[in-house]
Design a protein around this ligand. Structure first.
Ligand SMILES: Nc1ncnc2c1ncn2[C@@H]1O[C@H](COP(=O)(O)OP(=O)(O)OP(=O)(O)O)[C@@H](O)[C@H]1O
Length: 730
């Protein structure tokens, strides 16, 4: 870099930094003043408005409005201050030089948020999400265009692109990166293995990722990409983009992230705050059961489901495959629709052993009295009808109870106390029934599910239906039963809906069945979706139909093809497991993966030597075994030899680095500097585990070791020997 360029850039940075500092001081002063005003007003209000009736009620309410306004202004100024402080640390990371539409040259500095020069109010730093900043992420120079909010395209000429590494007012690096933005910076970032949780990629977003991030909220997006292509990173940047672009109508409370686990949520929880935004609401599919009021069931978790199906017998296998199939999804949707005409099953409602409403009567109300309305409306009409009947009964019972209490031949209390006692008795007696009516529990949703399962006919379906009925009677739900039941519940009753959620991001979408997505759509009727996934990253032993075309027909599908996570050697090894995949590796150079052959007798020694040689304090080093039992056995065997070793189980809620042992399926979505597949034997992983192995090896950023005591699993044995090193300890 020419000395004069460096000096000019340093001078620019010094100047910008001073302006940010000045802005911070002004904001701090203004905030202090606002705070004093608020305190003063509050003191005034509490001393002046002892009596808020008549005239003073009007001034009191005006005062409250003014105070609320002031407090909002205060909050917004505090946010600005936070943003300015973040900018002070890293004022900008990029610059683009353009000839604008009027033919004049312009230099635009790009940073985490917009900053205006305090005196002139000119934009000194452009928010990376501003329309014009999009040009920074294009992979070209020359003519280019960006879209402004009214939809118009503005054409400019890009003449240069520069990247910076800056800390406060110190320039650490300047790079001219005309064509491929971020090439050098990207490589440096990728070489940094010290990061704890996921970091933002704002300075090095690639042009294909940029297009996804900036897609309009009007489109439902499905983003597909191989391991390490930045899907999760893109998802987080996209949320930040939506929060900026639609800031008038959307805030963090309107966005929901559905991810595989709380651990995963913790792993990504730093990204949005790093970008100056609040972390959004998060949930898992499993937790939606509660949202939908189905807590009465004891449901299996996703991880427990994987463990169970790793050992599935034929019947379990068939039931799982059928229940998660597209065919069943379609059948169930049709079946539920057909209930508008006939066969809606009702429970009879009882009160104190007497029939309060028979199933025949409920059916009559549904198909005769309220026929013609949507199903949920009919049910709500029935609810009102039953509530009226209940109210009459309750009143009569209440009168009798009060009379009885009064007639007692000993003192039971004052009139008021008697009324209260009667009310309590009535509430106790009628509470359960009132709740059942309120929640429309008189619809037998479990029966609908079982009938739908048997509907296709034949012994297979009858067996599946009978097995399911037995489990439901015991209030047990297998993971694959959650979606159908949730769907039925939500589709028929429409009781739970969360219209405030305007955008939903679902990561690892390949793990979802069509019915899961359908249930989510019902729960969040106003939401648009960004789904991200990879057909090949499957750790479930039986996931058969993944991202079926019907699943995605309402989505704009975008494919990412480059992989950034792992060294080129690891990506080459990974790709060889699925030769038909064409992942382009943009990782750094590194060592080839190593296959360590050992024996049962030398296994302990091999593992300890490997950890001693390869584990670096402060990095993430994951030892993976196929399932929970194997990990527990591994932990028991090595915890004394390797005192830093930590066992990660499904209960783990916070992400951590260090020397970890965890079930292979739990590693999906995460990345580790070093991955050791600690039980790579053909007896443990068969050719059916090809996709699990593919997923596991793609978790390693720098080093990959495969430890085998007997024979390599077939999918790994097929990899050309040139792609890995072999070591033996026998
Ligand atoms: N444009 C980029 N600049 C810098 N780093 C990037 C970029 N894109 C992706 N990465 C890095 O690549 C790694 C993989 O990213 P991420 O986890 O988002 O990918 P993914 O597609 O979700 O992976 P997987 O499907 O394998 O879980 C992360 O370390 C991320 O920081």
């Amino acid at each position: 870099m020419e000395q004069s360029i460096w000096q000019r850039e340093q001078a620019h940075l010094t100047n910008t930094s001073a302006q940010i500092k000045q802005a911070i001081q002004l904001l701090e002063q203004s905030l202090q003043k606002q705070k004093n005003d608020i305190v003063e007003e509050r003191t005034f209000v509490s001393s002046e408005f002892n009596d808020v009736s008549g005239e003073s009620a009007i001034s009191f309410s005006q005062m409250l409005q003014t105070m609320a306004l002031r407090e909002r202004e205060y909050m917004s100024a505090s946010e600005q201050l936070q943003k300015a402080k973040a900018l002070y640390k890293t004022p900008y990371f990029g610059r683009i030089t353009i000839i604008n539409e009027d033919g004049a040259p312009e230099q635009l500095y790009i940073g985490l948020s917009t900053f205006r020069e305090p005196t002139t109010q000119d934009v000194a730093i452009f928010d990376w999400r501003a329309p014009i900043a999009s040009l920074f992420y294009e992979n070209t120079t020359g003519d280019a265009a960006y879209t402004i909010p009214n939809g118009e395209n503005v054409t400019v000429e890009i003449t240069g692109r520069r990247q910076y590494k800056v800390r406060y007012d110190q320039l650490l690096q300047v790079l001219d990166a005309d064509i491929y933005i971020g090439d050098d910076v990207l490589q440096q970032l990728l070489a940094d293995t010290a990061k704890t949780k996921m970091k933002s990629i704002v300075a090095t977003i690639q042009s294909d990722q940029n297009a996804v991030i900036r897609s309009s909220n009007k489109e439902n997006l499905l983003v597909l990409g191989p391991p390490g292509s930045g899907k999760t990173s893109v998802a987080m940047q996209r949320i930040a983009y939506l929060l900026y672009e639609y800031r008038q109508t959307m805030n963090a409370r309107n966005i929901l992230l559905i991810s595989p686990s709380d651990l995963f949520n913790d792993y990504i929880s730093d990204v949005l705050p790093e970008l100056g935004e609040d972390h959004v609401q998060h949930t898992t599919f499993y937790r939606l059961l509660q949202e939908a009021g189905l807590q009465r069931y004891k449901a299996e978790t996703h991880y427990a489901n994987i463990e169970r199906l790793q050992r599935a017998d034929r019947d379990m296998y068939k039931a799982y495959v059928y229940k998660t199939s597209t065919a069943f999804s379609k059948l169930l949707q049709r079946y539920v629709q057909s209930l508008t005409k006939a066969n809606m099953p009702f429970y009879q409602l009882k009160l104190d052993g007497d029939v309060f409403a028979s199933s025949k009567e409920l059916s009559h109300l549904f198909y005769t009295k309220f026929y013609g309305l949507d199903m949920d409306f009919r049910l709500k009409k029935i609810r009102t009808f039953l509530q009226k009947r209940l109210a009459v009964k309750k009143q009569a019972d209440f009168d009798v109870t009060v009379a009885q209490l009064r007639a007692m031949n000993h003192y039971v209390g004052t009139d008021e106390e008697i009324t209260m006692q009667a009310q309590q008795q009535i509430a106790k007696k009628y509470g359960q029934l009132a709740h059942a009516i309120e929640q429309l529990h008189f619809v037998n949703t479990a029966k609908i599910y079982v009938q739908a399962l048997a509907k296709a006919g034949g012994t297979k379906h009858e067996v599946i239906a009978a097995m399911t009925q037995k489990a439901l009677q015991k209030r047990q739900l297998h993971y694959e039963d959650i979606a159908p039941l949730l769907f039925i519940e939500l589709r028929i009753k429409k009781l739970q809906q969360y219209p405030t959620i305007k955008h939903i991001v679902i990561d690892e979408i390949q793990d979802y069945t069509p019915l899961q997505l359908a249930a989510i759509e019902l729960l969040y009727p106003k939401a648009r979706f960004t789904l991200l996934g990879d057909r090949h990253q499957l750790v479930h032993p039986l996931q058969k139909e993944v991202l079926d075309p019907t699943f995605t027909e309402h989505y704009k599908v975008v494919e990412l093809t480059k992989s950034y996570r792992s060294t080129n050697e690891i990506t080459t090894y990974m790709r060889a497991i699925l030769p038909h995949t064409a992942t382009e590796s943009l990782g750094v150079q590194g060592e080839k993966p190593a296959v360590l052959y050992t024996t049962d007798a030398h296994y302990d020694e091999t593992i300890v030597q490997l950890v001693t040689k390869a584990f670096v304090e402060g990095e993430s080093f994951a030892l993976l075994c196929k399932n929970k039992a194997a990990c527990e056995a591994f932990y028991a065997r090595f915890s004394a030899l390797l005192p830093q070793l930590q066992l990660i189980t499904a209960e783990q809620k916070t992400y951590m680095k260090g020397l970890l042992v965890m079930p292979a399926y739990m590693a999906k979505g995460f990345e580790f500097s070093t991955v050791v597949l600690a039980d790579a034997d053909a007896t443990i992983y068969t050719d059916k585990d090809e996709l699990l192995l593919y997923t596991i090896v793609s978790r390693a950023t720098r080093k990959l070791y495969i430890v085998s005591t007997h024979t390599l699993p077939v999918p790994l044995a097929c990899i050309p020997e040139a792609y890995y090193d072999v070591e033996e300890n026998v």
